[in-house]
Design a protein. Structure first.
Length: 947
RNA sequence: GCCCAGAUGGUGGAAUGGUAGACACGAAGGACUUAAAAUCCUUUGGCCAGUAAUGGCUGUGCGGGUUCGAGUCCCGCUCCGGGCACCA
């Protein structure tokens, strides 16, 4: 009987919606499970077959857990704010709200076709005021907090104020922009504005004047993960470094916890490694150097991981942006230094990296090596970065390749410190060998300190100990992780719930949240960098008057300007998994009781491209909320599965140059041809439908073809899936032609979900065939439903239980491609056995349900069930059915399999021994895990595995 | 440069240290059909021998090693993909 997928799928889609079968509520009687797929940006292009890959895998797992009796939270929503949506809106000339709405509608239609078990009643949209209320709320919490290293947690800023009032800032072990020295008395004498400025140094969300990635074409600043190789990820525009006052999140305070947390979660090693690299922990030491001619207090600090190389320091280098440059430049050198600073200022990050030209200038000052008393010239060069460490280094050209290049260029001395190393052509960077020259023969160092004869590792440790003891410096761990720049000079984002008074930012009272994004006519970014919200002057007025002034908290308000920047794309996606738990709550991000029930995401499915963006920000954001008890788990995503990217498989036709004749791929080398992309929808199994091709474009109307074997064979290549290459596979078309179940099955069958692979539609018929054959298990030759109450045969049960075992085992690994293969085998076997047994076919339908929910539902209903198949208990397999009557034993000799013998499956060791004797062999036993391995020696070696 | 993950037929990919290539696609042959489509059946890593059943050799990027036995474990390479990178 034909499986009419269009009718049946429509019927069940409507029924599922009408009955709200995917709705979940907190049910204390059931264990919970939270499956989440990364929500999409609703872009204008709609979904292609790559998008649903992760959703399908997550959906299968969610459905499986439900069969297992779990209360499964499986929500979906839209990441609707941020640059992509806005750029699209600008391109199409429509308001982002309208295009976003339209795109969401289209996405929803496409998603609905595929049969996901999402609880849409929990949908969130980041651009919805009811949602971004809590994004703004979290920002305010961060503003009102500081990070205390002693307690390893964020704390209310009031605690810090009390501490400064009583003891000042001395001895504070907190996250800060710079170290301040304020006594309680000084604090008391400060104006309110001055005090606010001090607190800004400690807040977790703070306004900071820092070097930022400024992208003129996009008219906004960008976070580090949004810039790759000096170009913006979105659009590929050049990015320059600019000092600007921006909102920042003090994510660096959490660097160590972000690192430690990785040990507690089940993520792939590669993505953990990516995050470790991004956080970039390096252990070293800070050392103080006195300036020659200055007094004892005139010191500056450098950071090094190679404290052991102190005796090889032949010059110092400052970053051009360092404040020390001004202080250490002598009058004689001022002109040269200023010229150099001017020169480097105009270099973009891209130039700076690409050029790698050695450049620099001498400041005229000398530092004193605290160990030897040697005078060391201080230089300025842009190879030292202001943002890392202290923006100043001690240069050891013998053991650092960058210092080496610099020394060579400016003819500075190079002093080797490792026995037997050769530094005549390059530096010796490895941390191995025995230290020498430290100090050099005949010289004496401070307190007779010497590293000679030690290994590098010992020397590093000894030096660190010494500098700590002598107060020359301290052990310090640095992180590469920068604070996240949180402002965007764009329209389509969450407005900051911030107004300014006396030039200082203030939070809009919590009860006035959300602060709505105003309507503006002109939402495009301005070239000058003035945010588009500046166009909404009415908004600034109205909001303050209507929402703030009505609140007596702020007095005498007439006009206070609001913050005009908006938040970046990652703001809205940083805590959405918490909001799904309790999406309608107007009093809290999530009710604590509800949060306690759902805890955190158990399985998170999404692309690895978010490794250094969303997946770091979310972890940070959640840890912050955890510190205040708003999230009950420190890590938001317990297990992470990264689905691979689906690439496109493009097809080509070959036109003979200067003609309208096309040559089949096998013959193209005989002609001078131009390859042309051809729409994959008019090609099947690489065979071009020539008629449709002629009709495809007017210029091909009279095309002629040189065929091979009567067919036109197209060439192919794996490329990015993109409209311009005509290789976009559209899920709707596949659902229309084959049905959603086939699409689901095929996407899983393509290969392991974690792997990137090209979309090759050629194999899809195999999955469609499988589903037809599965369907036909339930019908006889006359198309009658033919499930009987017959007792299943031993063979039936074996086929079924083999399948149950395989599919169940594959579930935890999400190894769905092998599950689909197991289904195919089972169907072949059951249909050969002409199995009609209800006992078998019911269980088969349940197993099929996560993969092909439409067909499973239809079958379940025809099997006479009132309830829906999704709630049916997952079948358990019984090993007893899987035992073979006989076992095939490979018999090896000299490592080669010589023949296979069959023995009874319950053969005892004695029987096997007898058998071995028959082969003129003896037996040696080996205990395996669950099986006994018997090795027969010596004349013939029989390797026997008893299952 | 440092770190991570890979490499198996024409293709996508299977294989708790135990008969490598499951399953699917493609291809070849066959059945049904006036024909085509659809469906079903057979063969399908390579090489060699045989009319044939079958038999032999070879084979998981390269070179070694451990083991009765290695795609799998260990050591050393090559190549591809990814991350970090004037980060001291």
């Amino acid at each position: 009987m034909d499986y009419t997928h269009r009718e049946i799928e429509r019927k069940w889609r409507e029924l599922w919606t009408a009955r709200q079968v995917y709705r979940v509520t907190e049910d204390k009687n059931k264990p919970k499970y939270y499956v989440l797929s990364m929500f999409p940006y609703p872009s204008g292009a709609g979904l292609h077959v790559g998008h649903p890959l992760g959703y399908i895998a997550g959906d299968i797992y969610a459905r499986y857990r439900r069969h297992r009796g779990y209360n499964v939270l499986h929500p979906m929503g839209y990441d609707a704010y941020g640059l992509p949506a806005e750029q699209y809106a600008i391109q199409t000339g429509q308001h982002p709200a309208i295009t976003t709405e339209k795109n969401i509608k289209r996405y929803r239609e496409q998603l609905d076709l595929i049969g996901f078990s999402f609880d849409w009643s929990r949908e969130v949209r980041t651009c919805d005021p009811k949602y971004y209320h809590w994004t703004q709320w979290a920002f305010q919490k961060m503003f009102n907090s500081f990070y205390c290293y002693d307690c390893g947690s964020a704390k209310p800023i009031e605690d810090l104020v009390k501490r400064i009032e009583s003891e000042g800032t001395e001895g504070l072990n907190v996250a800060q922009t710079e170290e301040l020295h304020i006594t309680p008395e000084e604090w008391r004498n400060m104006s309110e504005k001055e005090q606010q400025e001090v607190l800004m140094n400690y807040r977790i969300a703070y306004l900071g004047e820092t070097m930022v990635n400024w992208c003129p074409q996009l008219g906004t600043v960008l976070a580090n993960d949004e810039v790759v190789d000096g170009l913006s990820v979105r659009g590929g525009f050049p990015v320059e470094q600019k000092k600007m006052k921006q909102w920042c999140l003090r994510i660096s305070a959490y660097a160590q916890r972000l690192l430690d947390g990785l040990e507690t979660i089940d993520w792939s090693e590669s993505i953990k490694e990516t995050q470790r690299n991004w956080i970039g922990r390096s252990e070293g030491a800070e050392m103080q150097f006195r300036v020659k001619g200055g007094n004892d207090d005139d010191v500056f600090t450098i950071f090094t991981t190679r404290a052991d190389t102190i005796f090889g320091v032949t010059f110092m280098v400052l970053a051009p942006e360092s404040e020390l440059v001004e202080r250490l430049t002598t009058d004689a050198q001022r002109e040269a230094v200023n010229a150099y600073l001017e020169e480097t200022k105009h270099r973009t990050e891209l130039d700076r990296m690409a050029g790698k030209k050695v450049s620099g200038v001498f400041t005229g000052s000398y530092a004193i090596n605290p160990f030897t008393g040697d005078e060391i010239p201080v230089w300025v060069s842009d190879y030292v970065l202001a943002g890392y460490g202290t923006g100043a280094i001690m240069a050891v050209p013998a053991h650092d390749s960058r210092d080496y290049a610099f020394a060579r260029h400016f003819n500075l001395p190079i002093v080797p410190l490792v026995e037997g190393c050769d530094v005549s052509n390059e530096s010796f960077d490895a941390k191995e060998g025995i230290v020498t020259n430290s100090p050099a023969a005949g010289k004496k160092a401070l307190d007779g300190f010497s590293l000679n004869g030690l290994t590098i590792k010992e020397a590093i440790a000894k030096t660190k100990e010494f500098i700590t003891e002598k107060g020359l410096g301290r052990v310090k761990t640095n992180y590469r992780l920068r604070d996240a720049i949180f402002s965007r000079q764009r329209y389509w984002g969450e407005p900051f719930p911030v107004y300014y008074k006396d030039g200082m930012p203030r939070m809009i009272p919590e009860e006035c949240l959300p602060l709505l994004l105003p309507e503006v006519k002109d939402f495009k970014p301005t070239e000058s960098g003035e945010p588009p919200l500046g166009n909404a002057t009415r908004w600034a007025w109205d909001t303050v008057r209507n929402e703030v002034t009505e609140n007596t908290r702020i007095d005498n308000v007439t006009v206070f300007p609001l913050e005009l920047s908006t938040m970046p794309g990652f703001a809205g996606s940083s805590a959405y998994y918490l909001r799904y738990m309790d999406p309608q709550n107007t009093q809290a991000l999530t009710d604590p009781e509800v949060n306690k029930y759902w805890q955190s995401v158990d399985l998170y499915v999404g692309g690895s491209e978010h490794a250094t963006g969303h997946l770091i920000y979310s972890r940070f954001w959640n840890k912050f909320l955890f510190d205040f008890g708003y999230s009950c788990k420190e890590e938001p995503f317990q297990k992470l599965v990264n689905q691979g990217m689906i690439q496109g498989r493009s097809n080509f036709v070959y036109r003979i140059k200067g003609t309208n004749t096309f040559v089949s791929a096998g013959l193209k080398d005989q002609y001078d041809v131009t390859p042309i992309h051809v729409d994959i929808n008019i090609v099947q199994n690489d065979i071009l439908d020539t008629k449709v091709f002629c009709a495809w474009r007017p210029e091909y109307e009279n095309a002629e073809f040189v065929l091979e074997n009567g067919k036109y064979v197209c060439g192919w290549a794996i490329e990015k899936m993109s409209k311009s290459m005509f290789n976009v596979a559209n899920p709707d078309q596949i659902v229309e032609k084959y049905g959603a179940d086939t699409l689901r099955l095929y996407e899983m069958f393509l290969g392991p979900i974690t792997q990137s692979k090209p979309w090759d539609q050629n194999g899809i018929d195999g999955c469609a065939r499988f589903l037809r054959r599965a369907w036909n298990l339930y019908f006889d030759k006359n198309d009658a439903f033919c499930v009987t109450d017959d007792v299943p045969t031993k063979e039936n049960l074996k086929s079924l239980h083999k399948l149950i075992k395989k599919v169940t085992e594959d579930m935890e690994e999400m190894s769905y491609n092998t599950s689909v293969a197991a289904f195919m085998i089972a169907v072949t076997e059951l249909s050969q056995q002409q199995c009609t047994s209800r006992e078998v076919l019911e269980k088969f339908a349940i197993l099929l349900s996560p993969f092909a929910p439409f067909m499973a539902c239809e079958l379940w209903q025809r099997l006479g069930h009132e309830n829906i198949v999704f709630d049916a208990a997952w079948p358990e397999y019984n090993e007893a059915y899987l035992v073979e009557d006989t076992v095939k034993l490979p018999v090896s000799f000299n490592g080669k399999t010589r023949f296979v013998i069959e023995v009874s499956a319950d053969a005892t060791k004695e029987e096997v021994e007898k058998l071995a004797l028959a082969h003129e062999s003896t037996v040696r036993y080996m205990e395996g895990k669950t099986l006994v391995k018997i090795i027969v020696v010596p004349k013939r070696i029989i390797n026997i595995v008893l299952r």
